[in-house]
Design a protein around this ligand. Sequence first.
Ligand SMILES: Cc1cc2nc3c(=O)[nH]c(=O)nc-3n(C[C@H](O)[C@H](O)[C@H](O)COP(=O)(O)OP(=O)(O)OC[C@H]3O[C@@H](n4cnc5c(N)ncnc54)[C@H](O)[C@@H]3O)c2cc1C
Length: 456
Amino acid sequence: MDFVNELKKIFGNNLLYKKEDLFVYAYDTSQNPDDIILPLAVVFPKNTKEVSKIVKIAFKNNITIIPRAQGTNHCGATRPTKDSIVVHFSKMNKIIKIDKENLIAIVEPNVVIGDLNKELDKLNLFFPPDPSNLAVSTIGGAIGLCAGGPRTFKYGNTKDYIINLEAVLADGTIIVTSKNLNKNVTGYNITSLLTGSEGTLAIITKATLRLIPKPETRLLTLAYFNSLTEAARASNKIINSGFIPSVLDLIDKNTIQTIEKFNPCGLLTDKEAALLIELDGFSECVKYELEILKEILIKSSCSKIIQAKSNEENENIWRARRSAFSALARLKPNIITEDIVVPRTKIVDFINKIEELSKKYNIIAATMGHIGDGNIHPNFALDLEDSIQKENFKKLKDELFYYALSIGGTLSGEHGIGTQKQKYIQDAIDKNAYLLMKKIKNLFDEKNILNKGKTL
Ligand SMILES: Cc1cc2nc3c(=O)[nH]c(=O)nc-3n(C[C@H](O)[C@H](O)[C@H](O)COP(=O)(O)OP(=O)(O)OC[C@H]3O[C@@H](n4cnc5c(N)ncnc54)[C@H](O)[C@@H]3O)c2cc1C
């Protein structure tokens, strides 16, 4: 408690330490009621110097720091561990600068991605990473997990848009990883190393983002299929047709039906699967690509094509896609979203495996995914208070992850490892690379105080 008193003197009202306040920060979107641990305190720094002060005090007292943005991660990356404090960035949420000529933005970590894109929109600029909950999730969280989202297929993920970071190391030292330049290979790429490090290597206090011009046109097509295999085949044909859609997502029958049940948007519930395809760019170019796309879809036995003809229709389809998680969450008390990547050629096998395991263990599964990236998100609806379901889910998860690894896949494409997938990590990474990662962690954080118990 001396430690909390020391923080109290410095942070006054920007500190929470009463038990009833701490509960909120014991959770994130991951669902595992067994491992709820309250932090000792939650502190809200206002600037980099304050972050450095907190870290120095934690370093001296061997207290773990849990960097937390909005806590929407699915992998337990912001779950407090024993003797930890949560550092919450809600007071560091300013867009410092948008520089149109140099196509960069400088932001504090808790800027919400949707808010940033609203500002960029006014200048015809665009920041592509979109963790599908962009009205909530932040730049700091996206950097922490190297988030992706539906437009990764064409535009890449967060690491492709981070140019330079200001960060606080485990002993409180402040570093700047690069310069605000679009190209820089001077020295090792610490910027990339920190992106996706889940708050285990350093704390990000400022980020310089690469921006791109906003595409002139965006056009959404929803293509329905009578079988999953046909949908997957069509997506492979689209990929090999000479243009790259900005979105190529898959939604399965269970997801379509659940969206329609709780949030009716006019989706066709008798179809086995749908592809959500967005084309973007100059209008003439998009029109040309659309003709090729339609031809492919018709030849691929697509059973119905819905073409959004206005922004409103575009938005309606996106609303359906973005509401999938909240709709699925209403099926059962708990919803667990997994995030697995498999080679594109194995997508059908993998989705069939999800269905097989769902039947075997009697757990509802609904699958979506960024099929263009081979990145599949099975959502499992269950009741974790039911001990049989809970045990069954553990078995299902083990079988699913080991199956993914056996077909050349991996544990995460965008949601991270956190506490929820650590169990499998040594089976997913080359042994020597894993040992090197351990050494890197030790070099950055010899006392293991940064997000202890996560990732490796
Ligand atoms: C409905 C829904 C849909 C989603 N869809 C997608 C999707 O399509 N694609 C995708 O990629 N993800 C998706 N996600 C997960 C997504 O990764 C996260 O929601 C988001 O990126 C996390 O942002 P956050 O602000 O909530 O960060 P948090 O969850 O608070 O933190 C995420 C990680 O970043 C670290 N962190 C936060 N701030 C800092 C900082 N300043 N310095 C160092 N580390 C920090 C944390 O310690 C943690 O490890 C989805 C989540 C939900 C709930």
